[in-house]
Design a protein around this ligand. Structure first.
Ligand code: HEC
Ligand code: HEC
Ligand code: HEC
Ligand code: HEC
Ligand code: HEC
Ligand code: HEC
Ligand code: HEC
Ligand code: HEC
Ligand code: HEC
Ligand code: HEC
Length: 495
């Protein structure tokens, strides 16, 4: 046991006869008092001086990102000085700010307002809802600065982490509350993501509970893509059989066997594909001939009225044909050619109506002759070979407009160019498809073979395939007139 250096008694001895000790000034205690006072007063003066003349960089907590380099020195662009202190500081305001800092850390709310000054497409809390941040049924919008963190150094801001998405999508309580809120909102407020103009987009109806399944990673528990899960069908009414066009008897075009790229040409940039067209992709084998004796004479494609006009001015058409294709120049020659051809056509079709009916309705009206090559065998077909053609009383038949979808999964983004090394067949089951209505889209499992930390380790964070911000509604409305959903197209029928 340690023995005490001095006993109580010895200590008491020191003050004997010196009982006024605390009444007298002592140089050490005076110094201590002065130091404390100076520190306090100096601090207060410092704050006041800083408010008046201070250089704000003094307190900078880190370098501003490159996107904001131009405003990096102008702290007030993001920080609202007057709200926290300044001339109109009231006691209530001050305690409010202090309380806020203790409870929530940095006051994001006032900063969010500043973000919105410049980025008006993404308004924070409490502003008139001209735009939506993400989805109309979120129960609590996140502050901008939760996802976009400033002061972390030069260069672009840090990529938004999956955990920010999972803070809602991986949280059952939040998702349940969102599903519930969703049921109170009109359907029209959903599907905020505007489609590129002039595109036909396949849009699945929003499920009753909304897109509120709980999950937190792509590879593990991300929902199966809706059109696969609900076994959607291709809405197109154009007849097309992929499998048939890879059969052995399909003739090569310019020496090339048919492959996917003959019909599916990448868009500039290669993200998606251009729309199929009759002229570029079918005509080489399915030219619209009608007269077996004059296979070079073709009906114009794409407009019922034009086809009718053509058929009702056949002498003029044969006349042009004689001049342009048969090299006849003298009027008398042309005239006799026309008369001859009209007569032989009348042996094939007794009346003009019969011809017109064949051109529109017969799926295979002109039986090919045996010696004809495969290329010609596919020809001599009417519109109904490929189209749904409807009879109309007292007017031209109608062709149901084909619905060639440009975007199948509008809630995600895809890029074919980045998958150029992957065979089409690995994602699209086209070679086995006989019906247009077959859906040829890949399932989630196709993607997980690479996009997973376990397999080929290709990036699989949410931002690989998704964005976050819903675009401005105003812009969406502006596009609406140019964009047609396939529902509209179904209702619209023939133009
Ligand atoms: C582009 C907007 C922006 C600019 C410009 C900006 N800041 Fe910030 N600042 C933020 C955000 C957002 C936060 C919130 C916390 C975070 O993300 O780090 C913050 C936080 C801070 C903090 C710590 C938190 C607090 O408020 O108590 C300080 C100190 C700070 N900034 C100082 C400055 C100074 C000094 C400047 C000017 C040189 C400046 N900032 C310029 C956006 C900005
Ligand atoms: C004074 C105007 C102004 C303010 C205030 C402002 N920004 Fe910006 N912001 C810009 C400009 C300009 C760009 C660069 C745009 C570009 O490169 O196309 C930008 C770029 C960005 C980018 C994309 C660049 C990157 O590095 O990822 C994000 C995200 C962003 N700002 C978020 C915010 C947030 C969050 C706030 C509030 C803390 C904010 N901004 C405040 C003007 C502003
Ligand atoms: C839950 C996370 C999250 C929140 C909260 C968030 N953002 Fe973003 N933001 C993103 C992601 C992810 C991207 C990149 C992908 C995209 O374009 O959607 C982005 C992109 C941006 C961009 C650059 C691209 C563009 O659309 O112009 C700006 C600017 C931006 N955000 C501003 C804001 C502002 C301002 C707020 C607050 C009002 C905010 N963000 C809130 C996740 C978020
Ligand atoms: C504040 C909560 C919240 C956060 C954070 C959040 N989401 Fe969502 N998200 C929702 C809700 C709620 C829905 C459901 C919408 C519905 O029911 O139609 C949704 C729907 C979606 C959808 C499908 C619907 C559509 O129209 O595209 C995608 C994709 C999506 N979120 C991606 C993301 C990504 C990526 C992030 C992270 C950058 C993210 N979300 C962060 C709440 C959130
Ligand atoms: C002779 C032209 C032609 C060739 C060759 C062709 N396609 Fe198509 N493809 C079409 C037409 C026409 C459509 C639109 C009708 C339809 O949806 O079936 C289409 C539609 C598609 C679609 C979207 C339709 C859906 O329902 O999902 C995919 C995916 C597709 N083709 C993939 C392929 C692949 C992969 C190949 C090669 C193995 C291929 N195509 C070869 C003409 C062709
Ligand atoms: C390389 C030549 C070639 C091209 C290009 C081509 N086809 Fe064909 N197609 C054929 C041949 C040959 C047949 C078989 C004809 C027969 O059996 O009478 C055929 C058959 C068809 C059939 C009948 C299928 C069936 O199931 O019996 C349809 C419909 C059809 N093609 C539509 C199209 C469309 C639409 C396009 C353009 C997107 C197209 N084809 C492009 C050569 C071609
Ligand atoms: C070999 C198949 C095939 C035959 C035969 C065919 N079409 Fe088409 N048709 C197509 C394809 C493929 C499209 C869609 C791509 C396009 O518009 O070029 C189309 C589109 C159309 C359209 C819609 C054009 C638009 O602007 O959207 C009309 C109308 C049409 N065809 C009329 C006809 C008429 C009339 C005939 C008969 C004289 C006919 N087609 C014969 C394949 C065919
Ligand atoms: C890694 C998987 C993958 C591969 C490989 C792939 N695709 Fe796709 N493809 C997709 C996805 C996903 C979509 C749906 C994108 C959308 O429309 O939102 C799509 C859509 C399409 C479409 C219809 C929409 C459009 O862009 O026109 C066609 C046609 C198509 N692919 C053809 C092809 C052809 C041809 C190849 C081979 C050269 C190919 N794809 C290779 C995944 C793939
Ligand atoms: C490899 C690409 C990819 C990744 C990574 C990915 N998604 Fe998706 N996601 C898709 C596709 C494709 C769809 C279907 C889109 C459609 O049908 O329009 C989808 C659909 C969704 C939906 C709607 C789900 C439903 O119920 O139908 C939500 C919500 C969503 N994704 C959120 C996320 C979140 C959050 C992450 C990150 C954890 C993520 N996704 C990662 C490709 C991806
Ligand atoms: C054979 C492997 C493989 C398969 C299968 C695959 N991907 Fe990818 N994907 C990649 C590679 C490699 C990249 C390029 C990554 C990079 O550039 O960093 C990529 C990139 C992407 C990108 C980012 C494109 C961009 O603009 O940067 C998206 C979105 C994507 N894939 C979606 C999908 C979807 C959806 C599927 C399933 C239908 C899928 N991938 C299937 C290998 C694959």
């Amino acid at each position: 046991m340690a023995t005490p250096g001095r006993t109580q008694k010895q200590i008491a001895e020191r003050y004997k006869g010196n009982l006024g000790y605390y009444k007298r000034k002592h140089p050490w205690r005076v110094a201590r008092f002065c130091a404390s006072f100076l520190a306090l007063a100096g601090g207060v003066a410092g704050v006041v001086l800083f408010q008046r003349h201070g250089n704000e960089e003094f307190f900078n907590s880190g370098v501003i990102s490159s996107g904001h380099a131009t405003i990096a020195k102008d702290c007030a662009q993001c920080h609202d000085k007057s709200a926290a202190a300044g001339n109109d500081l009231t006691l209530a305001k001050f305690s409010g700010v202090v309380k806020d800092r203790f409870h929530r850390g940095v006051d994001f709310r006032s900063i969010d307002l500043r973000c919105q000054d410049c980025h008006e497409k993404h308004p924070p809390f409490g502003l008139p809802k001209k735009y939506d941040l993400h989805e109309p049924n979120v129960v609590e919008n996140r502050s901008c600065s939760v996802c976009h963190q400033e002061h972390l150094g030069p260069g672009p801001m840090k990529r938004v982490a999956d955990s920010e998405c999972a803070s809602c999508h991986g949280n059952a309580a939040v998702m349940q509350a969102s599903a519930k809120k969703g049921t109170t909102l009109p359907p029209a407020v959903f599907h905020l993501r505007a489609h590129p103009p002039q595109q036909v987009v396949f849009e699945m109806p929003r499920p009753a509970p909304g897109y509120t399944q709980v999950f937190s990673s792509f590879a593990a528990d991300h929902p199966e893509f809706q059109l696969i899960q609900q076994k959607a069908r291709d809405p197109d009414v154009l007849r097309f059989n992929h499998q048939r066009h890879f059969a052995a008897d399909i003739p090569p075009v310019s020496g090339q066997k048919l492959d996917c790229n003959y019909c599916h040409k990448p868009e500039p940039g290669g993200r998606y594909y251009q729309r199929i067209s009759f002229a570029a992709n079918c005509q080489a084998c399915h030219a619209l001939q009608f007269d077996v004796k004059n296979p070079e004479l073709k009906i114009p494609h794409g407009d019922v009225a034009l086809v009718r006009t053509f058929l009702r001015t056949l002498p003029a058409q044969y006349g042009d044909y004689a001049r342009l294709k048969k090299g006849r120049t003298r009027d008398a020659d042309v005239q006799s050619f026309v008369v001859q051809q009209i007569r032989q056509l009348q042996e094939q079709f007794r009346t003009g109506e019969e011809l017109e009916r064949a051109v529109f309705f017969a799926t295979d009206p002109y039986k090919p002759q045996r010696q004809q090559t495969a290329a010609i065998r596919a020809n001599f077909a009417g519109c109904a070979f490929c189209h749904e053609v409807k009879m109309a009383a007292n007017s031209a038949p109608t062709i149901t407009k084909p619905i060639l979808v440009d975007r199948w999964m509008p809630q995600a983004q895809f890029n074919h160019a980045k998958h150029a090394s992957v065979k089409c067949d690995e994602c699209h089951n086209a070679r086995q498809s006989r019906e247009t209505s077959d859906l040829l889209m890949p399932a989630k499992a196709n993607c997980v073979t690479c996009h997973s930390p376990q397999t080929k380790k290709v990036a699989s964070d949410c931002l690989t395939c998704h964005g976050y911000h819903a675009p401005a509604q105003v812009a969406a409305d502006a596009h609406a007139s140019e964009t047609s959903s396939f529902k509209e197209m179904l209702l619209g029928g023939n133009r």
